[in-house]
Design a protein around this ligand. Sequence first.
Ligand SMILES: [Zn+2]
Length: 765
Amino acid sequence: MATSHSKNALDKLNKKLDEKQQGALIPFSKFLETLRNDPYPVFRNIFHLFYDFVHYYLPKGVEEYPDDPETINFKDYDCTKLLVEGADHPFFVDRLFANKLVRLTDSLKRGVQQNKVYLFEGPHGSGKSTFLNNLLDKFEEYTNTPKGVAYEVIWKIDKKKLGWSPNKLENIIQDALQIDGCEKKDCPEPPKPGKPLTSNSEYLEVPCPSHDNPILLIPKHHRKEFLEDLIKDTKFKEELFNTKEYEWVFKKEPCTICTSLYQALLDKLSSPAEVFNMLFTRKYSFNKRLGEGISVFNAGDEQQRSDVVTNQAIQNQLAELFGDSNKVRYIYSRYAKTNNGIYALMDIKDSNVHRLKNLHGIISEGVHKVEDLEENVESLFLAVINPEDKEDLEKEKMKAFSDRLEYIRQPYVLDYKTEAEIYKSTFGKQIENHFLPRVLNNFAKVIIASRLNVRSDALVDWLGNTSQYNRYCDENKLLLKMSLYTGVIPQWLSEEHRKSFTANIRRKLILEEAEKEGFKGFSGRETLALFDEFYSAYAKKGQLVNMTNLMKFFNRDELRSKIPRSFIESLKNLYDYNIVQEMKESLYYYNEKKISTEIQNYLFAINFDVSEGTKVKCVYTGENLELTNDFFDTIEIRILGAHTGSSARKAFREYTQKEYTSKTLTQEIQIEGKKITETMLYKNLFGKYVYNLKENVLDPLIENLNFRNSIKDYGTKAFDTYDKKIKGDVEYLINNLTKKFGYTKEGASQVCVYIIDNHLAKKFS
Ligand SMILES: [Zn+2]
């Protein structure tokens, strides 16, 4: 503990020292040298910086269905670093929204849609303000890392070079004092406000309030040639000169202050080189609290009467140096503070409605009037909004503006894994230990069902009105939809439907229909209260929360009315189906070598006529085979299942023999040089064999009362009294359930007894 404390303290101190460092002035010539060697970080406008920021904290997404030709390139992004880690109120993004966010940042960087306000529209309790707050905090943190560095202009004027001398200063003070009616040289009265003493320092620092990128100080018509000569990296130059995202580099002008100051200095010094000697750069210090680079306005924040800002001390000195207070007017608006930064509005109501409207000119023209000067403003404008406030906004006649407002729907979480993550984050990771596997996720699925639209045209287009999944899916196929929203194609989906799940269907389902969901049902806040109640009621010592508890909990009118009809019953069916599969998977074992030998012998033997007693030697295994009807029947029953009749088996044998001679032997083995065990036909038979083995593994055991009782007695003294074979099976079963499916030993035995007592194996056979 102590070391982590001292490390924290040290980290903090280092951060503070770094901040100081940020203020260090870098001469323009040195800045150019840095740029020459590593141009990338310098040429980032706010959209580009934002893109880099998001991708810095977002590890590369994992392709949801690799090698699937119908993929729509949805990825599984881990947003922990971006919105959870280090946040006071972690925010969890589901995969649908994460993909939307990534697409947005990508399009911003490409420079397609920059003149807009992006409004995150979400229902009450969806946590959209938390989302934006966390995002902005993280953005500030990013800009303090070496990867997130941005540069801005600051002037450091050598006053002596402009003819200033300390003597002259005294004269000015005297002049000033005389104007104020004081004759004596050592007048004790302080100067009147509004006429502060000009500084006695030899240098005057003039920061650019617009945080101009220093590169803009290279006169526009020389920039291209200059950068062509300066930058070494030809690949970077190629992009810089030819892509839309870098257009700004050759289009933008510095702010009015920098422009006029540059001109005024040039007039006095008559040498651009001398002017550039007074030009410095420093790290752009983003600070949300100070409103530098990131400004956040709440709806209740009062509006300032005037948005014109000046700095009298700097203004006076500039007037003194240039002998004219109009030559360089140190005046700007508060929008300048977020030029090349982020301007955010939390909730579009009260004062923020006006703030939003005031953005109209800036967004459509990129320019804002400050008295008679035109100020260029380029910011990333973000906001959050409720659906009702959006309606109000649309009622007002804002036609010209409305195409500048881009809504990004931010619904309640629609992906059950993320939903379950929220419970774990809120109530602690240990809650999981109090649930049987799958039950916690099932709670999340009930909540999500309340948020989904029951009707889906995409699903109907895809599956028709099939009833083939009724044993484990609800009539509206919400369970299927949920699984797909989480990025999983369920195992029980038929091969045929898997193939017809085309990119078109996916786009319609995941991009179009999901866009309209998640604005009703249990809110995030309501859900946490419900979960708390559920957890306190059922997570007792020595007892694992099960599906029966879940069903009982939701069996209340006020909750049921929000959940689609018969959804919970279907959820239980799917659960039953899944645990039976788990039990089968855990109980069966196969001897791969034995199966392999049998199949190779079979593939060889089918090429001979069966006449009792024929003996052949298999070329693949070297075994001597006696070809009897029994020989074929035994293997075919294992491959096809016991229910297959003799005519079906005969047809299968003929088909297999044809396949073997026409493809397996002549094509794959003789031409492609494959081994028999590498051929399609072999693999196909092997898969069928194993599948049937697994399907039927429970049959000999499930009706055996001793088997049931021994599971129940597992872990007690009574268990020792059962016979060796049963004990072996049960131990194997329980071990696999814990290893493969995350059960505790108690949980595993509980779930097996439940399967046996409810005859679930039969239900799904
Ligand atoms: Zn400037």
